[in-house]
Design a protein around this ligand. Structure first.
Ligand SMILES: CC(C)(COP(=O)(O)OP(=O)(O)OC[C@H]1O[C@@H](n2cnc3c(N)ncnc32)[C@H](O)[C@@H]1OP(=O)(O)O)[C@@H](O)C(=O)NCCC(=O)NCCS
Length: 213
């Protein structure tokens, strides 16, 4: 199988590391709408239109979208745009432990050492970085991005396009609305009801609303 990765930066390289560890892809190639070379200096195969053409021509079988935490809304839109045109890869590092009752949607990426518990739902385009843990009956909404070591307790609901930074912990049953950023090391013990406001994020132990300076 051949994998195309849209996004030739460092995140794309991480996705290609995970794909390589799976041992099922005999080629991994990069596309990028803004750069003609990859993070390591090789030429890309063109932009997203070139990627769609290559998919239609059978030159690639699956696609991974490597758009980072600064552009999660764009990532969500990219998935909508491409869903009828390509097949999304589900990249799961072989060291991850996934309960058989977990529901994992196409287009998600799960890195090394993650643990995903029973009856969890992880939606399209979620990235769970190294050593993440999602306990039972939790849900991570589409295109949510989790930094290394994020811990999500049982019955948590995280909306779409959230950015949970390195080491965030979310307590049992807490709900996080779509679009929120949670700063590194924050511990959420209560649900966050308000709609996201530009320049606000959650930080600290216990987490409180902060304004970007
Ligand atoms: C969420 C984040 C990106 C916000 O960064 P930012 O927009 O530059 O935030 P600012 O520097 O403007 O900080 C605004 C306020 O929040 C505080 N703050 C920022 N990050 C904080 C944190 N992790 N914990 C506690 N307080 C924090 C600042 O001290 C500042 O407080 P003040 O107004 O009292 O001075 C950043 O906190 C973060 O989590 N970075 C980690 C990135 C990371 O690990 N990514 C992994 C990707 S794989």
């Amino acid at each position: 199988m051949k994998l195309g990765i849209l996004g030739a930066g460092e995140l794309g390289r991480t996705f290609s590391d995970i794909a390589r560890s799976m041992g099922i892809y005999d080629a991994i190639i990069f596309y990028d709408d803004f750069n003609s070379v990859t993070f390591t200096g090789e030429r890309t195969y063109g932009d997203q239109n070139a990627m769609i053409k290559d998919f239609e021509a059978g030159k690639i079988d699956e696609v991974a979208i490597a758009i980072g935490y600064e552009h999660l809304q764009e990532k969500q839109e990219m998935f909508h745009r491409l869903e009828s045109k390509v097949c999304f890869a589900k990249l799961i590092h072989p060291s991850a432990v996934i309960d058989e009752t977990a529901c994992l949607q196409d287009g998600l990426i799960i890195h090394a050492g993650c643990v995903v518990g029973p009856r969890t739902i992880i939606e399209r385009g979620v990235f769970l970085n190294i050593s993440g843990a999602v306990s039972h009956d939790a849900k991570l909404g589409s295109s949510t991005f989790c930094g290394p070591g994020v811990k999500v307790a049982g019955n948590v609901v995280v909306g779409s396009s959230c950015y949970l930074s390195t080491g965030v912990t979310i307590g049992t049953g807490v709900h996080v609305n779509s679009g929120w950023t949670v700063a590194a090391g924050a511990v959420l013990i209560k649900s966050v009801g308000a709609l996201p406001v530009e320049n606000q994020f959650l930080a600290g132990v216990p987490a409180r609303i902060k304004l970007r300076s």
